[in-house]
Design a binder for this molecule. Sequence first.
Ligand SMILES: Nc1ncnc2c1ncn2[C@@H]1O[C@H](COP(=O)(O)OP(=O)(O)O)[C@@H](O)[C@H]1O
Ligand SMILES: [Mg+2]
Length: 255
Amino acid sequence: YELVTNNAILAEDKHLPIYDELKGMPNVEFIAGGATLNAIRVCQWCLHDRPGSTAYIGCIGKDEFGTTLETCVKKDGVSPYFKITEEVGTGTCAVLVHKKDRSLCANLAAANKYEISHLQQDEITKVYESAKIFYIAGFFLTVSLPTILAIGEHCAKEAKIMCMNLSAPFIPQFFGSQLAEAIKYVDFLFGNETEAETYGKVNNLKDCSLEAVAAHIAALPKANESRKRIVVFTQGMNQTLIVQDGEDPIAVAVP
Ligand SMILES: Nc1ncnc2c1ncn2[C@@H]1O[C@H](COP(=O)(O)OP(=O)(O)O)[C@@H](O)[C@H]1O
Ligand SMILES: [Mg+2]
């Protein structure tokens, strides 16, 4: 499949047979993902003494992989509320592991098909109205900005906490206007060092250091002015930088 180690790509047509091939292998493992669902599953794992604390909203297809995903999510204690599209199949990511290296090949498919109409259904409205903390990846800025803004409005109105992750350099680079619209609702903004640097560059900041970019984002206008924004930038094995609007940066060692 011409995949290379330690890389992550979007599937092209030539990669598509890989998913069925992997599915047929005797030692294949199915793990619920991607990035956002992983974060929510880890959150539920941290809250192991409080089962049923988390829920996940997204989009899957009407197929076997969708059923598998739903089963895996439930097994990890997260309540799934999926929109089911008939247009395309469930998103999949082939994870090929060789010794300590891996190669990822993602076919987003149904993950791109989420729409705000799903969020507006009574059942789903009840779910998000009962939530206290929201986490939306920057990746989702490429799918449904109206959904993000609706959740943002809800959080601002109810003084709930909204978190977002920059997710990848291409988000600040190519979805900067969507990010700029969403950020006024964001209470916690997460990112890594390369995403932070890209944000600084594309927004023409004079100083693109991690501290300066974090301070800049922390100080951007906020819909809910009663809570100051906190920016958290990881840098691999090095210290994580935490900046709250108006306060000095804090560096936290990675365990
Ligand atoms: N060698 C390491 N030791 C401990 N933590 C690490 C190490 N390398 C990366 N991390 C942590 O893993 C996370 C990786 O996040 P990120 O760079 O955004 O990648 P992704 O979101 O694609 O998984 C960060 O929290 C980072 O601090
Ligand atoms: Mg990340």
